[in-house]
Design a protein around this ligand. Structure first.
Ligand SMILES: [Zn+2]
Ligand SMILES: [Zn+2]
Length: 141
């Protein structure tokens, strides 16, 4: 018979909980995004090309739906961190439907195409891009 017990008592100071609550309130995602192909639903913090929380240093080519990475602390003012946010999805350049960044939903080449529009524009893409696009379509089926 053996008996072992391990317990570590950690005391965490909770002095800043009040201001943390307010911070979390500010961080609440409010913009709804849902992918028209897979139905993925997400609440985003920002929709647009220049997310304010990266201090204007990042510009997306397309209007994007963005969430802040909940596991990374906000960078100091004036500095940006690429890993600080996640792009959830964007609008298909052709059908204007919202698609997520999933490989079975969208394809990116300068702009974002949903996979069903991708098949339509396929012949207009450069050869090497077509190869990549066809592979992705094949994998998504
Ligand atoms: Zn999707
Ligand atoms: Zn489309």
């Amino acid at each position: 018979m053996s008996e072992s017990e391990e317990k570590s008592g950690k005391q965490v100071s909770n002095e800043n909980i009040g201001s943390l609550d307010k911070l979390h309130e500010d961080l609440k995602p409010k913009i709804q995004f849902s992918c028209y192909l897979c139905g993925m639903f997400e609440e985003c913090h920002y929709k647009g090309k220049e997310p304010p929380f990266v201090s204007g240093s990042v510009k997306f080519r397309e209007e994007s739906y963005v969430i802040r990475d909940p596991f990374i602390a906000p960078p100091p003012l004036g500095k940006s961190k690429a890993e600080y946010f996640i792009i959830i999805g964007t609008q298909c350049v052709i059908c204007k439907n919202l698609v997520c960044k999933g490989l079975s939903c969208s394809f990116y080449y300068n702009v974002t195409y949903c996979l069903s529009c991708l098949e339509e524009v396929m012949t207009k893409l450069p050869k090497e891009v077509q190869v990549r696009a066809k592979k992705q379509i094949a994998n998504s089926k």
